[in-house]
Design a protein. Structure first.
Length: 239
């Protein structure tokens, strides 16, 4: 199958990073589709947020709305069956004996991106966009640049294709990710991300902080809050 170079499939969770990646793709490609996953995540509220963000992105920019195509949501219960993690079960968020946080879901991004590649192959889409990052992140090995490069090779060999895995946030800090959102869609996009995306591992949307909704204490909230503070500081200084 011929894969159109002016097309992208964004792995879209409903969080800050994937929303920024979706805006990035909409600014670069003529046709953009999205894919999300219901894997029994503790913060399942992100699934409702992703629907809201998609609708609001269409309203924010009519040209983006024209480019934004179908959304696919897949259900995966295998991760819960394989064993407990702090993202799939109500267990404490701690560091484990392996040196990785208990929020690490082994194989999650590998499976997500393989399924995204299968969808891209079927839909004639060239680019797969994901919000993984190796700068401000929780130490997950499946977010690293080497993993993405190896996975791109594997899916292309396995599908006899020339798909591209794009990682626009890979070397950005969280502050720079906020800045990228501003560059792509101005303050309106920043406000959309603040108000309507979800990052908190606890699934908490009861408290609205300066940086958005969340418990304020989990690692995801801490990264998002610190990034937003850095972004605001740079903006105030004209940086």
């Amino acid at each position: 199958m011929e894969h159109t170079t002016d097309s992208a499939l964004v792995v879209f969770s409903g969080g800050q990073d994937s929303a920024t990646c979706l805006a990035w793709a909409l600014s670069r490609f003529g046709r953009v589709e999205t894919m999300g996953f219901d894997y029994g995540q503790r913060h399942a509220v992100e699934l409702a947020c992703r629907t809201e963000v998609l609708a609001r992105l269409r309203a924010l920019s009519p040209p983006w709305g024209t480019k934004l195509g179908p959304d696919t949501l897949l259900t995966l219960d295998a991760f819960q069956q394989l064993g407990e993690t702090a993202l799939t079960h109500d267990v404490e968020i701690t560091m484990t004996a392996s040196g990785l946080p208990s929020t690490f879901v082994p194989g999650r991004n590998l499976i997500f991106l393989t399924l995204a590649a299968a969808q891209a192959y079927r839909r004639g889409i060239k680019h797969i966009v994901t919000g993984v990052c190796e700068t401000d992140f929780s130490g997950y090995p499946d977010c690293r640049d080497d993993t993405m490069k190896a996975l791109q090779v594997a899916v292309n060999l396995g599908m006899q294709a020339r798909l591209v895995i794009d990682t626009p946030l890979m070397w950005l800090t969280k502050a720079q990710t906020w800045g990228l959102a501003h560059d792509l869609g101005g303050q309106a996009l920043v406000e959309l991300i603040l108000e309507h995306t979800h990052t908190c591992y606890q699934g908490s949307r009861g408290t609205r902080h300066a940086w958005g909704y969340g418990c304020g204490a989990c690692p995801a909230c801490e990264l998002r809050a610190a990034g937003y503070a850095g972004y605001r500081e740079r903006s105030a200084s004209g940086g």
